[in-house]
Each structure stands twice: as structure tokens, then as C-alpha cells.
Design a binder for this molecule. Structure first.
Ligand SMILES: Cc1cc2nc3c(=O)[nH]c(=O)nc-3n(C[C@H](O)[C@H](O)[C@H](O)COP(=O)(O)OP(=O)(O)OC[C@H]3O[C@@H](n4cnc5c(N)ncnc54)[C@H](O)[C@@H]3O)c2cc1C
Length: 417
């Protein structure tokens, strides 16, 4: 008989679990609280710019194995596009200096041996100084593992870790930072090619998954928020959605792929991260110059990364809590000034939109990292997924997909007992 699984939450973690289980011939039911799938990784039409935009610019790297395998499984790997080589142009707004970090195409970080490819004014010894991060324990801070000053830090380590951890790197978990460095810089250029969902996050990472699920006979219900569940003998026996409830037969499974606050209210006593950090994105309706790189790293500015899309320049600012209450117009003007300098463009403020995701990621400190649970719970047929579960990575798409895959593997293992 076909086994049934209920997936709660249609973010990337829930969708990746759902796709894996639908492919394993499970009868899949997805329940999403809002009217749209994708969670923190979604697109929508924005009237201010008259464009479809993403809630945030999401950067993947070619070394994000699970995320790429997920895209492949829903037929959209080709929708993740980027330059052929792992090259990152940077500009320092305090000096105007520009450089190209060229990580090459190797599986080894050979680029650090070549002065013309590494960060200007840095030497091999600076890179060797990062080694303690690679084997750092979970409870160490970045600032206790490596020097958080100097040219290499300012021009590469700080931008990379700020983007990956979404906090000021010195206060971040050295264990998480080490995982990032192991899977990117240390894995050579082959793992570092930047990839962007050029046609939008929903078109590339979300809607094709929903279509695949529906084609396989899965149900995907929106505005269907799980409120609570009943249990008996250590198993979930009923899901309660307020207006309706669903009985869970013996042998059926539930994957809870919701953010930590929802998970904690559904599962009282569950330890989850309790602190979060914001990410601010600004989108400007503006035709990028023809030679604009798809992604530009910006040092010593308010802007951290500048993305060029058709008809749009877009900006990401991590660790954005300080900007959450700033008046929107003032913030848009300040960001646009940086965009003009960094992107070598000029003009009055074009149509714009600012998206401030207050709880974009859990706070990647050792203290909060220690609060992340694994996939298994005290209930035999209920498993957790989400970027905030213990994936060993900071809150990223790669971590979300890994968590979804892991939860699906638990469901598959359950049916073999
Ligand atoms: C602005 C921004 C920029 C980012 N940039 C990057 C980046 O460049 N690279 C990168 O890799 N990652 C990035 N991330 C992180 C990435 O978006 C997340 O790690 C990922 O989307 C999280 O997916 P998830 O499935 O774990 O959780 P979520 O996306 O939060 O999904 C959870 C889903 O559960 C639903 N839900 C909640 N409660 C219930 C309930 N009771 N019943 C039913 N459904 C429920 C929610 O509505 C939601 O759809 C960024 C995030 C943000 C916000």
C-alpha cells in the first residue's frame, strides 16, 4: 500500500522533502499556512517598480551540492545561472580601488598561490592564518579563531562571512564559519561559481517543485495552517488545521518544515534558536550598464553586494537590524548613492522597493547554534526540517535542502522498520 506523508510548510526545506518522498512513491500532502509557497525564498509582483522581484537576492554557489541536486530533481538546474568562472569583482568605496578575485576552476584552492588572482596586497601567510577556522569547535567565536582585521579580513573574509552568517563575523560561530570556508574557499574555484535564479526564485526553485508534486498526484493546500496535533503512544495521530482535521494512520509520517517560532508553538518544549537577524534588500528599476557584472562585492559601503538583473539593480545588506526602523525613503536614497558609486551609474533615484526581512535567519552565534535540534523528535512519526535545524551550516538554501533531504530519509527509514 502507498505510504502517506504530510509536509507542514512549503518553504525550500518542506518542498525538498516533499519532492524526495514523491519520487519515492509516497502519497504526499503539503500544507502551507500562507497563500504562496517558497517561504523566505519567493518572488512577487511589485507595483512600485512594476517588476516581479524576489524577497531577497539569493546567491548560491556551485559547491551547494544539495541545492543543485534539488534544482536538478525539479528540472531547473539550468535556471541557476552565473559566470563560467568563479570570479568576483570587488570595489572598495572608501578608496575607489577595484579588483577581481579569481578563484579559478580547480578543486583545490590553488588561487592563493598566485598573486595576480588573490586579493590585492595580501600574501600567502594571510590565507594560512584562516586555517584555525577550518577545525574550530562549535562553541568558539570567529574572533577567537582568526584575526578579524587587516586587508584580507576587510576585503574578503568579512564580506564572505557577513553574507553567510548574517552577523558581524567576530561575534559569529567559528564552527559555522569553518563549514562555510571548507565548502567554499578551501574547495577551490569549482565550488565557488556564483549562481543566481535569474528568472526569479519562485520560477526556478518553487513553482516547478509544486508542479512536479501535483503531476505526481500530491496535494498542495494553501492557507492551511497547522494549529496543533494530537498524539497517542508516542506518535502523531491527528493534524488539526482549525476548520478541519486529518487523521494520521499508523505508518504515516509528518514532516514539520516551519520556522523555529512556529515549530516551538506546535511542539512545546522543543529547543529552537530564539534570536534572529534581519536582511535588507533594495531593488531599483534601472537598466544596468551593458558591462555590469552579475554580482559585485562592495567593501566599506552601506551596500554589500550589488546584483544586475534585466531592468533592475538590486542590493543586499546583511545583519540589517540597524536599518529596520530607518525611514524607507531615506534608506533608499542612501543605498542609491552607494549603487551609483559602486556600479558607476548616475541619475535621480529611480522607482525603488525596499524589502526588510526582520527574521531572515537565526542568529549564527555559538549560543544560538547550540539550540538547533536534529530531525528526529520524541514522536516516532514526526520529523523536523528547516534551515534552523542542526544542519552544520548557517541559514541558507543549501542548509534548507539538506534538512529536507534528511527529514525525508528519516521518513524512508521509518517505513523500513
Ligand atoms: C532576504 C533574504 C536573503 C537571503 N539570501 C540568501 C542567499 O543569498 N543564499 C542562501 O543560500 N540563503 C539565503 N537566505 C536564506 C534562505 O532564504 C532560507 O534559508 C530558506 O529559504 C529557508 O527555507 P525553510 O524551508 O527552511 O524555511 P521557510 O522559508 O521559513 O519556510 C517555512 C514555511 O512554513 C510555513 N509555515 C509556518 N508555520 C506554518 C504552519 N503552522 N502550518 C503550515 N505552514 C506553516 C511558512 O509560511 C513558510 O512558507 C536568505 C533569506 C532571506 C530572508
Amino acid at each position: 500500500m502507498q505510504k502517506t506523508v504530510h509536509i507542514i510548510g512549503a518553504g525550500i526545506s518542506g518542498l525538498s522533502a516533499a519532492v524526495r518522498l514523491a519520487n519515492a512513491n509516497y502519497k504526499v500532502h503539503v500544507h502551507e499556512a500562507t497563500q504562496q509557497a517558497g517561504g523566505r525564498c519567493r518572488s512577487y509582483f511589485d507595483a512600485a517598480t512594476n517588476l516581479t522581484i524576489d524577497n531577497g537576492n539569493h546567491l548560491l554557489l556551485s559547491g551547494n551540492r544539495h541545492a543543485l541536486a534539488y534544482a536538478r530533481s525539479i528540472g531547473t538546474e539550468a535556471g541557476l545561472v552565473g559566470p563560467k568562472l568563479a570570479q568576483f569583482p570587488f570595489v572598495d568605496l572608501s578608496t575607489g580601488q577595484r579588483w577581481l578575485l579569481d578563484l579559478g576552476d580547480s578543486r583545490l584552492p590553488l588561487w592563493v598561490l598566485d598573486e595576480s588572482r588573490r586579493v590585492p596586497d595580501t600574501g600567502l601567510a594571510d590565507y594560512l592564518g584562516l586555517m584555525p577556522l577550518i577545525w574550530s569547535g562549535k562553541d568558539r567565536l570567529v574572533k577567537d579563531a582568526i584575526r578579524c582585521d587587516g586587508t584580507l579580513y576587510r576585503r574578503l573574509v568579512q564580506p564572505l562571512l557577513l553574507a553567510a552568517l548574517n552577523l558581524d563575523p567576530p561575534e559569529g560561530s567559528a564552527g559555522l564559519a569553518g563549514a562555510v570556508v571548507r565548502e567554499t574557499l578551501l574547495a577551490g574555484g569549482q565550488a565557488c561559481r556564483p549562481l543566481i535564479a535569474r528568472d526569479g526564485l519562485s520560477a526556478v526553485l518553487v513553482e516547478p517543485a509544486i508542479k512536479l508534486l501535483q503531476d505526481k498526484g500530491a496535494s498542495v493546500r494553501f492557507s492551511h495552517e497547522l494549529r496543533e496535533f494530537a498524539t497517542s503512544k508516542g506518535r502523531v495521530t491527528e493534524l488539526n488545521f482549525g476548520d478541519d482535521s486529518i487523521a494520521i494512520a499508523p505508518g504515516d509520517a509528518v514532516v514539520v518544515a516551519v520556522p523555529p517560532r512556529s515549530a516551538a508553538s506546535l511542539l512545546p518544549g522543543l529547543k529552537t534558536p530564539t534570536k534572529f537577524r534581519a536582511i535588507v534588500n533594495a531593488h531599483f528599476r534601472f537598466d544596468p550598464p551593458r558591462d555590469a557584472p552579475p554580482i559585485l562585492g562592495v567593501v566599506a559601503g552601506l551596500v554589500e553586494w550589488l546584483f544586475a538583473f534585466p531592468q533592475r539593480l538590486s542590493v543586499t545588506i546583511s545583519n540589517g537590524d540597524r536599518l529596520v526602523d530607518m525611514p524607507r525613503e531615506e534608506l533608499a536614497q542612501a543605498i542609491w548613492r552607494d549603487v551609483c558609486k559602486a556600479g558607476s551609474v548616475a541619475g535621480e533615484l529611480p522607482p525603488w522597493q525596499i524589502v526588510r526581512e526582520r527574521r531572515a535567519t537565526f542568529e549564527a552565534t555559538p549560543e544560538q547554534n547550540a539550540l538547533r535540534p536534529g530531525a528526529a523528535t520524541g514522536l516516532k512519526n514526526l520529523f523536523l526540517a528547516g534551515d534552523w535545524t542542526d544542519t552544520g551550516l548557517p541559514a541558507t538554501i543549501e542548509g534548507s535542502v539538506r534538512s529536507g533531504d534528511r527529514a525525508a530519509d528519516h521518513v524512508l527509514a521509518m517505513s523500513q522498520v
